[in-house]
Design a protein around this ligand. Structure first.
Ligand SMILES: *Cc1c(COP(=O)(O)O)cnc(C)c1O
Length: 430
């Protein structure tokens, strides 16, 4: 059998998969398939693993987690993290509205992204976000201009492109100089000088985010050293940085990857900062995947088993519109039957019903299954539901959170009427 990721909250008991104290098959019966299922315990454990490093023995805070909510922005998930003391890293006005709807604190939000619109900047200034993570001079100009009109001062940080190689998939690498993110390393000091001269911007921080699914701590340390150097040079120029935002990007175990332990990862970076004499800085982590990725599964059902001369296909009722990662990045997700059966196994490509050859969820998987069986697509908590679409007019699927024996429906299944509601035919006269 292929490797299964280390999971909290999900386990096998007497040949049946459970989420906490609940059978996955019971969830399928109650809510239908496909659906996303999350473990409250797994979310909490991952968050507390960061928090353990963020708090000093005396209880004072040396760092704070700002959950990168694009990885999973369901209100219930935001609520869980907000109640544990998280801030949020957001990338759109819509995400800011979600934080507020979930009861999160806008003052604990950093606003990232290369393309903030006028309306988004105004909205963020009005509710008072903690910081704009700025990526270019035109963006600084726009923020300064809008802040001036609102008679406000915008707190800003520059997103530095540290030009380090995170050795991850090219589509999820963001810290090399040839991609669109951040201010080029050589231009950072002059860009801060420009920001300093702007009457309605207040420099408070510096940030970076070098990529995603990074399995080694070294690229983070490389980026950190390059940024500490900048902080020192800035202070010599009279620009005093208060917070250092190290972005997200820590990888998770999908198929046997050795990942840094979260607490050790965070401690290593924080201790490095203190050792280098920068212990006065407030540090921000922006994890997404490492908080939610292994806290969720996609539960699906086998529609047909289709042997062909070349391959066996297992056609399930979940598809690329529900979980885009395999089609988009050729990402691997372990797939297991919800109930182990004593029948012979076969090698299958697990595919969805969408009319695209890219619509697959797993290739060459050894599975002992029959039509109608339930499958769990593991490690689907991050960039699963939040990246889903209505392609092929497939309604978005429900999301369920389990805590102990309690089951909560945290997103209802969408209907086709919901999808059609905003569309209009042309008038008859045309
Ligand atoms: C996507 C993103 C994150 C989170 O990345 P993960 O790999 O999910 O931890 C953090 N910060 C920024 C700016 C991002 O764009």
């Amino acid at each position: 059998m292929s490797h299964l990721p280390q999971l909290h909250g999900f386990s096998v008991n007497q040949n049946e998969w459970f989420v906490e104290d609940v059978r996955l098959s019971d969830i399928a019966q109650k809510y239908g398939t496909p659906c996303y299922v999350y473990s409250h315990k797994a979310l909490t454990q991952a968050f507390m693993a960061y928090e353990k490093a963020c708090l000093r023995p005396d209880g004072s805070r040396r760092a704070r987690v700002h959950f990168a909510m694009k990885s999973n922005s369901n209100l219930a998930i935001l609520d869980v993290f907000a109640k544990l003391g998280a801030g949020f890293d957001l990338v759109s006005g819509g995400e800011l509205e979600r934080v507020i709807a979930a009861g999160g604190n806008p003052h604990l939000c950093v606003f990232s992204g290369v393309g903030k619109s006028v309306a988004e900047i105004r909205q963020a200034l009005e509710v008072g976000v903690k910081c704009f993570n700025v990526e270019s001079i035109p963006e600084l100009d726009r923020i300064n201009d809008i802040a001036g009109k609102l008679n406000k001062v915008a707190p800003i940080s520059l997103r530095v492109n540290p030009d380090v190689d995170a050795k991850t998939h090219p589509y999820i690498s963001t810290g090399l100089k040839d991609n669109k993110f951040g201010v080029a390393y050589e231009s950072v000091l002059s860009t801060y000088e420009t920001a300093k001269s702007m009457g309605h911007c207040k420099i408070i921080g510096i940030d970076c985010h070098i990529g995603s699914q990074i399995l080694d701590i070294q690229p983070f340390l490389d980026a950190l050293d390059r940024i500490l150097l900048l902080i020192k040079e800035l202070s010599q120029r009279g620009i005093h940085i208060q917070h250092l935002d190290l972005g997200g990007g820590l990888g998770i175990d999908y198929e046997g990857e050795t990942t840094p332990n979260i607490t050790e990862f965070a401690n290593t970076l924080l201790n490095h900062i203190e050792t280098k004499g920068f212990g006065y800085l407030d540090v921000i982590f922006e994890p997404g995947r490492s908080l939610v990725g292994n806290a969720g599964v996609l539960l699906t059902e086998v529609e047909y088993l289709k042997p062909t001369p070349a391959k066996n296909f297992c056609i399930v009722n979940a598809a690329m519109n529900d979980l885009m990662r395999p089609a988009m990045y050729e990402a691997f997700h372990a797939i297991v039957p919800a109930q182990n059966k004593p029948i012979p196994s076969e090698t299958y490509d697990v595919v969805g019903p969408v009319c695209e050859s890219g619509d697959w969820l797993g290739k060459d998987r050894q599975l002992a299954i029959e039509q109608g069986d339930l499958l769990l697509i593991l490690s689907a908590g991050a960039y699963g539901s939040s990246m889903s679409s209505n392609y092929n007019t497939r309604p978005k699927i429900p999301e369920i959170m389990v805590k102990g024996q309690q089951i909560f429906l945290i997103r209802e299944r969408e209907t086709v009427q919901d999808i059609l509601a905003l569309e209009r035919k042309l008038p008859d006269l045309i």
